[in-house]
Write a protein that binds this ligand. Sequence first.
Ligand SMILES: [Zn+2]
Ligand SMILES: [Zn+2]
Length: 282
Amino acid sequence: MDEATIRLLLFLGIFASMAAFELVLPRRDLTLGRGRRWLTNLAIVATDTAVLRIVFPMAAVGIALWASENGIGLFPWLELSFWLAALLGFVLLDFAVWAEHWASHKIPLLWRIHKMHHVDRDIDVTTALRFHPLEILISMAWKAAVVVAFGIPVVAVLVFEVVLNGAAMFNHANVKLPGWLDRGLRLLVVTPDMHRVHHSVIRRETDSNYGFNLSIWDRLFRTYVDQPRDGHAGMTIGLAEYQTPEPAGYLWSLALPFRRPPARAEGKGVADASVKADREIA
Ligand SMILES: [Zn+2]
Ligand SMILES: [Zn+2]
């Protein structure tokens, strides 16, 4: 089996396991449900895969292979041992992805693209697949730059990509883990309860917990929020300015970065008002 087949099988296996887990032990009731939302989120990941293939035929692993064949990067230059380079490379890539995510919330142009991820009215395994094709391209270029600059070993890049993909499906899953398990896992990795805080409509919570895999970066950079203010069952998911059925649409979602945004709910007040309005409707 080639790399692409192994990765596809792993993806399908983790996706099916998380989807089954969500049916058995759901954390919250879904606001918009599956139906059209799932179709859209799955169509988005299919689009992303196609766009990525066309623009970056090599992807991160191919670029790592090219760099290693040519002895490019800091690690080969320092003559680090394979295992040290692989371990450092994995952690560095994880930090690079964390930093990119943080920047996506701070730089208005990147936020326009990234908010397509946040506008999902629910958070479940398919939300992990819901990234704008432009964000996927920016992210691949950024990872490729890090891989080449440091000369990260091919195996570390391959393992990182597979783990990142699996971790995202795990921490977006609408599943209820026992408290002791969540607390234990959180010491090392991002759990579903930890990432759910990031999908809250409350700005302070949206701008927290940027990690997708290792949980250390948010603690280190003081962007860690332990629990949502309104609890996991009571919190509102999505963006305060888009509490409508539209985010479940495929074309609407892809066009989102190019549409004039309504005033972003700045600060707590607006988001809270929207949460209240939502509750009153419900
Ligand atoms: Zn985000
Ligand atoms: Zn997310």
